[in-house]
Every structure is written in C-alpha cells, then in structure tokens.
Design a protein around this ligand. Structure first.
Ligand SMILES: *Cc1c(COP(=O)(O)O)cnc(C)c1O
Length: 236
C-alpha cells in the first residue's frame, strides 16, 4: 500500500530530480524539455506507480516482460511502457503495441525475433540499440566497433524502427568517472547520423540512472532511467 507519506516522499524526490534535470540541461545549454524522465518501476508496486503517475510520470521502465504484462493489465492510467532490461528472445512472443520503446536491442537473434513478431501483429517495434561502451564483460550491448554493421542490418527490417542508442555506465560513486562513457555514446550516435542510413533515427540517447543522470544530461541524454532516486532502494 502507498500511504500519504509514501506519496509525499515520491513527490519530494521528484521535485529534487526535476530541478537537477533542469539545472543540468541549462548548464549544457539544452532545453530541459528535451530530457524525458523515465520512472524505473521494477519491483515497485502499483500503488506507488499510480502515485508517480499522478505526480506527472507517464513513462515507466520495466526489466522483466512478465512484470510489465501483469502491471500493464492492472494499471488504470494512460502511460507509456519501456522495456529496459535484457530481453530474452523467447519472451518476444508476448510483446505487442503496448511496448512504446525497447531500450535493450543488443543482438541479431533478438532483432530477428522482434521482426518476426512485428510481422505477425503488424507492428513496428520502436527500439534503441544498447551499446556496451565501457567494455565491461558483464554488460550487455553491442560492441562499439560492431555498431554500424548492426545498424545497417536493422535498417532493412521493416518491423523494427531504430530511434537511438542506450548504454549503462559502470557503477560508480563518482559520476565524473563515467562522463567519458556518455560522451562516447553521443559520439557514436553522431557517427551514425553522418552515415545517413535509411529508416534509422538517432533522436534518443537513453543514458543516466539515479547515480549519474546529471552528468549524462550534460553529455546529451534525452531519456534518463531513474528508479532508486524516485522510489527508494528496491527490495527483492
Ligand atoms: C534498474 C535500472 C535502472 C534504474 O536504476 P537506478 O539506479 O535504480 O536508478 C536503469 N536502467 C536499467 C537498465 C536498469 O536495469
């Protein structure tokens, strides 16, 4: 249950985050409106999500397909759903037009599954290509050297619509240490734009989480994915 104090806590957190977003955008000479705040709601209950929605959060990010499906069935609000975690190919058959954006397209088999599913249901899945900028072994994502080739292949898939790039920076207690990661993702998107590939747009850069979103915005992020800073620590 979300009681009044939970809602107040969410409101206080959102007030801080929104003013941080605005300040970071202005520091970079950007319009704060060009930065979307995605509420990451894995393991967050429906009542807290309703509270966040009523406080202006209309984009929700989920990591697991089953949790997304369950919540999208019961959340009685007009919101947009984003899938941000590693997506298993065998879960693609459950996806449909309820998915506004998949942030984690990271391999050809997943692209093929999405293309096939898109053909079946006559939907063009909006996606971001996840890039493993930092090169950490544990991280999903296309290697930067292989990005152009992957994008070229995606451009030929009629039921996939590439909207930009996404990355997850290494965990750090000092976000300055990951500024280079965000710079690199931005540069990769500029490289792709220069290639002028048909059917490929680079309008979105999904980068920045609770610990590093202000730096990500300074480096060009258009979508920040924030969980803990809004809803508190997750309990699993
Ligand atoms: C959980 C998660 C987030 C949010 O992380 P916080 O540190 O809680 O803000 C963002 N992106 C992805 C891909 C995640 O899995």
């Amino acid at each position: 249950m979300t009681n009044i104090t939970d809602k107040q806590r969410i409101k206080q957190s959102l007030d801080v985050i929104r003013s941080n977003i605005e300040a970071a955008a202005l520091r970079a000479g950007r319009d704060p409106k060009d930065v979307k705040l995605l509420g990451v709601t894995k393991n967050v209950d429906i009542d807290a999500m309703r509270a966040a929605f009523d406080l202006g959060i209309c984009n929700f990010g989920e990591n697991r397909v089953q949790e997304f499906l369950r919540k999208s069935d019961i959340l009685d609000r007009e919101c947009r759903w984003h899938l941000i975690g590693r997506l298993q190919t065998n879960k693609v058959k459950y996806l449909d037009e309820r998915v506004s954006l998949i942030h984690s397209l990271d391999r050809p088999e997943l692209a093929e599954a999405l293309q096939k599913r898109g053909e079946q249901i006559n939907y063009r899945f909006p996606v971001l290509v996840q890039v493993n900028v930092s090169g950490e072994e544990s991280k999903a994502g296309v290697e930067p050297e292989k990005l152009k080739y992957f994008i070229l292949a995606l451009s030929k898939m009629g039921n996939i619509q590439v909207k930009g790039l996404m990355t997850i920076a290494p965990y750090t207690d000092n976000p300055e240490k990951v500024r280079e990661v965000f710079k690199k993702l931005k540069n990769l998107s500029v490289d792709i734009i220069r290639e002028r590939v048909e059917n490929i747009s680079m309008e979105e850069l999904s980068m920045g989480m609770s610990g590093d979103y202000t730096v990500a915005i300074e480096e060009g992020s258009t979508i920040v994915r924030i969980g803990t800073a809004i809803f508190g620590e997750r309990i699993y």
